[in-house]
Design a binder for this molecule. Structure first.
Ligand code: ZN
Length: 138
């Protein structure tokens, strides 16, 4: 069995963003040489997510609006976690959007369903953060 590990780095200039990281994951898969197996992609921070959905800007704006309704950033004083911090909403948003995804690898390709793409969801940006890509198989 082969294994492959890589960290992808992000430094988003806004507080929140959704980034399609499918090309980077495909590049990792190519580098790994693995043809059959699984890839795990996870955020290495508790205020960011990795999730799978459609690459459609209307949907991304809908996600952002929906998350802001569930856990508004302001006023930051509404959260007990914000005791010297201001990112309680980002922890809550990450919990809803998820920590990681696992995708099957078949014939050297990510074995996606229709329209599936992998996204990095940033909820507390303006600093360097990491995503782990771990691939196992042969
Ligand atoms: Zn925090």
């Amino acid at each position: 069995m082969k294994t492959y590990r890589k960290e992808l780095w992000f430094n988003v200039s806004t507080l929140r963003a959704f980034i399609n990281i499918t090309p980077q994951v495909q590049e990792c898969l190519r580098e790994s040489g693995i043809k059959e197996g699984f890839v795990l992609v996870n955020a290495m921070h508790i205020t960011a997510s990795v999730f799978i959905n459609d690459d459609e800007s209307g949907l991304h704006s809908d996600f952002d609006k929906w998350l802001e309704k569930l856990a508004p950033h302001e006023p930051v004083s509404q959260y007990r976690h914000n005791n010297g911090e201001d990112n309680a909403d980002a922890h809550l948003k990450r919990q809803i959007m998820g920590r990681e995804v696992v995708v099957a690898i078949t014939n050297g390709k990510l074995d996606f369903g229709t329209w599936e793409q992998i996204f990095y969801g940033e909820f507390d940006g303006r600093r360097k953060k990491r995503v782990l890509v771990k691939i196992i198989g042969e």
